[in-house]
Design a protein around this ligand. Structure first.
Ligand code: GLY
Ligand code: MN
Ligand code: MN
Length: 444
């Protein structure tokens, strides 16, 4: 299995600590276990920030970084080993494992945190934490601070500055290392394979969930624990619902099916969309819209390189799509005016992409100092233009209504442009039709 090497977590902690102010402490909690219903839990997914700095996969843990602390800079509070619980729920690292396998300098039972953490905070000037994202943890933090305050008359020094950790940490997460790109390539490879399998399985009469099952099969077979987000399998007019997740409609002859799905490997997401005809052959209108979206995506790739700014790719898609919609008679007027008045938004209402990483909509600022962010090597993003013609759009001829097309790939910025991570899925009309025809011949 391809994964982030342990040494990288240490490098990340060092890099974060190097940016923290002197005499400070950073405190981050693991994700809580989410209850699905009664005593059934959702599959556990570690908090991305916590995972980024620790690689520690367990709940009920708190990571503490104290740059320069003589007795160890990295402290992990985690569950104790417990033969009875481990018999039911699985192995735990325990404090020994936290030190031996996860690089902690010091580890304590999570049940002792109220006794120990106030002492670690005491005397530090600043506390870095992800304020606001976990209200329960924020409350605990204030309780620990109040313990120190209550001892002020004994000389205890509570911190007087609270700093949002997000700014430092999320900027680090925006730049992907070689190891991260490697993991993202693997997530992309498996997801591409899943889309190929769904294309091959596509038949009228199946359901959207039948294709979702094909995706899930490849995800799990490839070693992914779960999809990176709820898979969208949207046939016919459902393709015009951007975040469609019902996935239970019948696939009809003559309809398109739009699949937006990607798996997660070692907490790194992939995010791919392809749109193909259920019966293996695009109609004239479907093909016209498809090729326009594809042209928009190609134009966007050309605008992704160091020193180009974040919005250039989006602007390129808007221009190509608006011009194409005019050529097809779906919009009327001057291209520049239609862009200025945002008339294209009736058909293309989302942006051309987002940062991609541990979160599918990854962290990182899109603007810096009021300006669009300039792209740099190692930034990973999606490129996903789309056109969605509402089934209720009375301004266009009936033959166009209900067509929804999105094409989405994942890229990482390189020195000379960008590397497309998700090349493993066919994309042109000819390639997709050929793959689907071949699958039908083999099945017959
Ligand atoms: N799947 C969510 C997105 O494409 O942004
Ligand atoms: Mn996306
Ligand atoms: Mn997507």
């Amino acid at each position: 299995m391809i994964h982030i090497p342990k040494s990288e977590y240490g490098r990340r902690r060092k890099a974060l600590m190097a940016q923290m102010e002197p005499n400070s402490i950073a405190i981050l909690p693991a994700a809580a276990v989410a209850i699905r219903n009664r005593d059934v839990e959702h599959v556990y997914r570690q908090d991305s920030d916590f995972q980024y700095l620790s690689g520690f996969p367990e709940p009920q843990a708190v990571l503490v970084l104290i740059p320069g602390r003589v007795h160890g800079e990295y402290i992990l509070f985690c569950r104790e080993r417990n033969a009875e619980r481990e018999l039911w729920d699985g192995l735990r690292a325990g404090q020994e494992g936290a030190i031996r396998d996860f690089g902690a300098d010091d580890a304590f039972p999570i049940t002792d945190i109220d006794d120990i953490l106030p002492g670690l905070i005491e005397g530090r000037d600043r506390v870095y934490s992800a304020m606001g994202s976990n209200p329960e943890f924020d409350r605990h933090l204030m309780e620990w601070i109040n313990v120190i305050r209550s001892k002020a008359n004994l000389g205890a020094q509570p911190p007087n500055e609270f700093v949002a950790l997000d700014h430092l940490l999320h900027d680090m997460r925006l730049y992907k290392s070689a190891a991260e790109v490697k993991v993202m390539r693997e997530a992309a490879r498996i997801s591409a394979q899943a889309h190929v399998r769904a294309m091959q399985a596509s038949r009228a009469g199946l359901h959207e969930f039948s294709l979702e099952a094909e995706l899930d099969y490849e995800f799990r077979k490839g070693g992914a624990k779960m999809p990176a987000y709820g898979s969208i399998v949207a046939a016919g007019r459902n393709s015009c619902i951007l975040h469609y997740q019902q996935n239970d409609a019948v696939l009809k002859d003559g309809d398109l099916v739009l699949i937006d799905a990607g798996c997660e490997i070692d907490c790194y997401a992939s995010d791919i969309t392809r749109t193909w005809p259920v019966n293996g052959k695009y109609s004239a209108e479907q093909k016209a819209i498809y090729e326009l979206v594809l042209a928009a995506q190609e134009a966007a790739f050309a605008e992704i390189a160091p020193n180009k700014h974040w919005n250039q790719a989006h602007e390129a898609t808007v221009r190509v799509i608006t011009r194409g919609l005019v050529e097809l008679g779906l919009l009327q007027g001057e291209v520049d005016e239609l862009i200025a008045s945002e008339a294209y938004k009736a058909f293309y209402m989302h942006r051309a992409g987002h940062w991609l990483g541990m979160d599918v909509h990854d962290v990182g600022e899109y603007r810096v100092g009021g300006e669009w962010r300039v792209l740099e090597v190692g930034m990973a993003l999606t490129v996903e233009p789309g056109i969605y013609i509402s089934p209720n759009n009375q301004n266009v001829a009936k033959k166009w209504r209900g067509i929804g097309v999105r094409i989405e790939d994942d890229v990482v910025v390189t020195k000379t442009g960008c590397e497309i991570l998700t090349k493993g899925v066919p994309k042109t009309v000819a390639e997709i039709e050929a793959l689907m025809a071949q699958a039908r011949t083999q099945a017959a």
